[in-house]
Write a protein that binds this ligand. Structure first.
Ligand SMILES: [Zn+2]
Ligand SMILES: [Zn+2]
Length: 306
């Protein structure tokens, strides 16, 4: 009786921890206890799941303000095509112009442009992991706000053509295991905010993952491309009908996943594929000479040679 009183009303860190440990006991794991735990966490906040500090505010997301405000967007110059961070070592010409990384210069990506909110590290990576691996679904709203900022930044490039959002799909076996597609949740949260004033429709089942691709960790860029080949297909090719697509994923690592999705979509007649992700692995390319991407440069050279 007394213990119950202390657990419910005490704000002491140790007691809060003890109460959470009790709730999280493996024997209690069932949907009933999961629901009870989430209700308990909503009513009686415990510790920040990122830094462990006691939470002072009641929130559906068990992350403190400090951890949330520490997540910052990418600063500086990024590749105009793939969003890789560039460290420019020479003077920028007047007006700047569009800069591309060496990879995109050598082989222009299949997608029109990819942009990410922040670097896949620190608190942003933790937030994504909270959603994906610890099923803390309220994290999707915060990540969705970040994605909305990315879409807003992409909006001027869209030339007034509103793309349809296609979240990168999970394989059905992975979807069953996780219970939800994090990219779809983040996309839905972002679309609700009407970024750039756009009314964005989501076609979650346009693409499907035909085979599980496993973890790509530890694979080289080339191996990732090989691993992804043939992994996606269109479930309803007739639904493409010439509209642009905005692919949404939680993380852009080497771009192998979104590139493969973009290839399938382009082959089916999608004119342009845009890519928005919450995070991106940043290698940071040091650029000694300024490389410019001229608009439609490839098209012009094709015309000249054709
Ligand atoms: Zn924190
Ligand atoms: Zn690039």
């Amino acid at each position: 009786m007394r213990v119950g009183w202390r657990i419910v009303f005490s704000s002491s860190e140790d007691l809060t921890r003890a109460s959470r440990a009790k709730v999280a006991e493996p024997a209690f794991v069932s949907w009933v206890s999961a629901a009870a735990e989430s209700l308990f966490a909503t009513l009686f906040p415990a510790d920040c799941r990122l830094c462990g500090a006691p939470l002072v505010k009641i929130s559906r997301l068990p992350v403190c303000e400090d951890c949330l405000t520490a997540v910052k967007p990418v600063e500086g110059i990024v590749c105009a095509k793939c969003g890789e961070r560039l460290a420019i070592q020479s003077h920028l010409p007047e007006g700047g112009g569009l800069l591309c990384c060496s990879d995109c210069r050598q082989e222009p990506p299949v997608f029109a442009k990819a942009l990410a909110y922040g670097s896949y590290s620190g608190g942003l990576r933790d937030l994504i992991h909270l959603l994906k691996y610890q099923q803390v679904k309220p994290a999707a709203a915060v990540l969705g706000r970040m994605l909305a900022e990315v879409i807003e930044e992409l909006a001027p490039s869209l030339d007034g053509i509103v793309p349809v959002i296609v979240p990168v799909p999970l394989h059905p076996s992975k979807l069953r295991q996780r219970g939800f597609n994090q990219s779809e949740m983040i996309a839905a949260a972002a679309a609700k905010l009407k970024p750039g004033g756009l009314e964005l429709a989501i076609r979650a089942h346009l693409l499907e993952r035909r085979r599980p691709t496993g973890s790509q960790t530890g694979l080289s860029e080339h191996q990732r491309q090989e691993n992804m080949r043939g992994a996606f297909s269109l479930s309803r090719p007739d639904e493409v009908d010439g509209c642009d697509v905005l692919l949404v994923d939680d993380v852009f690592t080497t771009g192998a996943t979104v590139s493969e999705c973009a290839r399938v979509l382009r082959r089916a007649g999608v004119p342009r594929v845009w890519v928005a992700t919450v995070a991106r692995t940043m290698k940071t390319e040091v650029v000694h000479a300024v490389l410019r991407a001229e608009p439609d440069e490839e098209m012009q050279s094709m015309a000249a040679h054709g």
